[in-house]
Design a protein. Structure first.
Length: 214
């Protein structure tokens, strides 16, 4: 059914929660905010970072972009590699690739970081293109990243493409293109969030992605 499969990164291909929450805690502490319940910081996994600082901690837009730079002080050297690939994901990527599917990454994480993560984990070569945000805070919205990924991946017809992600932002981004989507439950979003956003399919496991797309 689908010739092109776009993957989110955080909470979809890899569990990046430890690095993201550690970096968020580091940044917030510089502003005098101590978060005792670290699960609270899981809200930073997936959405554009500056939006999370504004939405959850009341930062102004200027403060939020400053906080992102502080966040990156920790993330670029340590947090970047505090993540693991989900069990079974590499096998699924291999199956999809061998079936002739075009695989792309569409993440709101800076592209330079996404590439380093996937190269470190040894799965970068499965993807025709790894698309992400710019370091200056532009191209962070998922619809923008999807458009960029399709363009750089040489995909002119997006009607046979599907977006795989764990948060509502992935589903909303896909819907802007009239694109189908797969909401995964092994990441950081809930079934309720993904269904409310209008996910075409729900994948309870990594293997379900192959069942839907293979």
């Amino acid at each position: 059914m689908y010739d092109v499969i776009l993957f989110d990164l955080d909470g979809t291909l890899t569990d990046t929660g430890l690095g993201v929450t550690n970096a968020a805690a580091y940044a917030l502490e510089q502003y005098g905010i101590t978060v005792l319940d670290r699960t609270e910081l899981e809200r930073f996994v997936g959405p554009p970072l500056h939006e999370s600082f504004m939405r959850f901690y009341g930062f102004s837009e200027e403060q939020a972009f400053e906080a992102v730079e502080v966040y990156r002080e920790y993330y670029r050297d340590k947090g970047l590699f505090e993540n693991t690939i989900y069990n079974g994901m590499e096998a699924v990527l291999k199956q999809l690739s061998e079936a002739g599917k075009t695989l792309l990454v569409a993440t709101s994480k800076p592209e330079v970081f996404a590439r380093r993560i996937l190269e470190k984990l040894g799965i970068a070569d499965y993807f025709t293109y790894i698309a992400g945000a710019n370091l200056d805070g532009t191209r962070t919205k998922k619809a923008e990243v999807i458009a960029y990924a399709l363009r750089e991946g040489g995909i002119e017809d997006g009607t046979k493409a599907v977006m795989v992600g764990d948060r509502e932002y992935d589903i909303f981004g896909a819907r802007e293109f009239g694109m189908d989507s797969i909401g995964v439950l092994f990441g950081y979003g809930s079934r309720g969030e993904l269904e409310a956003a209008g996910a075409t399919y729900i994948a309870e496991s990594v293997e379900d992605i192959w069942e839907i797309c293979g």
